[in-house]
Design a binder for this molecule. Structure first.
Ligand SMILES: Nc1nc2c(c(=O)[nH]1)N[C@H]1C(S)=C(S)[C@@H](COP(=O)(O)O)O[C@H]1N2
Ligand SMILES: [Mo]
Length: 409
């Protein structure tokens, strides 16, 4: 588990007071704009073809997040999955997917070899699982002082159904020595600098995560070949850990005899202070620890923030909750800024490491501005915090409660 900073009280974000004031001035549009990090008047970047409604955060590399109300599906469709790239995606438009090769190598692989996608499909048992992928930086935009990087709000999370083979079965085939510590990926995307000797990212997981029954080498998402932006024709999926371990455009699987040392494994990338630090602190690389299982979190996907409702009339509230390697035990909602909390109906996950759906109905008897907050608790009794959790230099692991704003008339 990570040793992330949880004990340090950090500043509460301002939108509550701000949106209340905005409400007095008027429209639902300004209300929703008030909860949106894009300042009014800012021109949005052009949309990604096939991804209507996603908000593009950067074009080079291409990164885009999904507004909460577009994540309402139980199983995330491809067109609503966020896009996160550290480099330039490879051009796979002309490849023969079945001839795509993945190399098994590394100090602790007994029989280094290459397998084609056809061989992967022929030799190993096929597995289909719904697995949750969340970027480690999801929620970064709320940190103060701000952290550089993509300013994700809540939309760098998805839970599609993946089909492939177990990484474990493939590792058994290559054979792993007693010295094996980590399993890493190398991929076909290229570095932003254009330098062909540099990789944009090459990360990995410790053996116990690599050998889990749910860690997959996948070629399909929701029964279709992986979309180009999501790793076509082959990727890793390790649910519940930062998305950065789920390598897209998979070319090599390395069984390492040490903690993997590829690009974005060290320094400040995907790492948080081992001991809590004060907001704004400078932290030496050697005091940073690798993020592993992600913390408990939830997202309200209905109603949409900024929507208008009739007083006294029941409003259907629903969303998803997830908790890294753990299950979610309960989800509560509050309509009084956390003064009181009501339990919701929480479903079992489709399988381990899938997100879980919650639903409830609320009726607000009086007119005015309201917020719905959701708070999930994991199976170990650990809750989402209401305010920002421990500040860290790169703005990872913000699992504060999600809030949507409502106008009741
Ligand atoms: N080859 C490669 N794999 C990668 C990345 C990348 O830049 N290159 N980004 C990682 C990160 S940081 C995340 S959050 C997920 C995002 O997956 P998605 O773009 O399919 O949503 O892919 C991961 N796998
Ligand atoms: Mo990520």
């Amino acid at each position: 588990m990570i040793r992330s900073a949880r004990g340090v009280p950090s500043r509460v974000v301002a939108p509550t007071a701000y949106t209340r004031r905005t409400m007095l001035r008027g429209s639902v549009a300004t209300l929703s704009a008030a909860l949106c990090p894009l300042a009014a008047g800012q021109t949005p970047l052009p949309a990604i073809p096939g991804k209507p409604g996603l908000k593009v955060l950067s074009e080079r590399p291409i990164n885009a997040e999904t507004p909460a109300h577009l994540l309402d599906d139980a199983v995330t469709p491809a067109e609503r999955m966020f896009v996160r790239n550290n480099g330039i995606p490879p051009d796979t438009s002309a490849i023969d997917p079945l001839a795509w090769t993945v190399e098994l190598a590394g100090e602790s692989c007994v029989r280094p070899t290459k397998l084609t996608l056809r061989e992967l499909k022929d030799r190993f048992q096929h597995v289909t699982l719904q697995l949750q992928v969340e970027c480690g930086g999801n929620g970064r935009s709320e940190f103060h002082p701000p952290a550089r990087g993509n300013q994700w709000t809540t939309g760098a999370v998805a839970c599609p159904r993946w089909t492939g083979v177990r990484l474990k079965d493939v590792l058994d085939y290559c054979g792993i020595t007693d010295e094996a510590v980590y399993v890493a990926y190398e991929a076909a995307d290229t570095h932003l600098s254009g330098d062909p000797t540099k990789q944009p990212i090459s990360r990995g997981v410790p053996m116990h995560k690599a050998l889990e029954a749910e860690t997959l080498i996948a070629w399909a998402m929701n029964d279709e070949p992986l979309p180009p932006l999501h790793g076509y024709p082959l990727r890793l999926v390790a649910g519940g850990w930062p998305g950065s371990v789920s390598g897209k455009w998979l070319k090599r699987v390395l069984v390492r005899d040490r903690v993997h040392d590829g690009p974005k494994m060290g320094g400040q990338s995907y790492r948080v202070p081992c001991d809590p630090v004060a907001p704004g602190a400078t932290v030496a690389d050697e005091d940073m620890c690798i993020i592993e299982s992600m913390p408990v979190k939830s997202l309200i996907t209905h109603p949409r923030s900024g929507s208008r409702h009739e007083r006294g009339k029941p409003i259907a509230v629903r969303g998803h909750a997830w908790a890294g390697d753990l299950g979610v035990a309960s989800v509560f909602t509050s309509v009084d800024f956390g003064a009181t909390w009501q339990p919701t109906d929480l479903e079992e996950p489709a399988n381990r490491l899938a997100w879980q759906h919650f639903s409830t109905a609320i009726a607000i008897p009086t007119p005015g501005y309201f917020e719905i907050w959701a708070r999930a608790v994991d199976e170990n009794g650990r809750s989402q915090p209401v305010v920002l959790p421990g500040w860290n230099p790169r703005g990872y692991l913000n699992n504060a409660c999600h809030r949507v704003a409502l106008a009741v008339a």
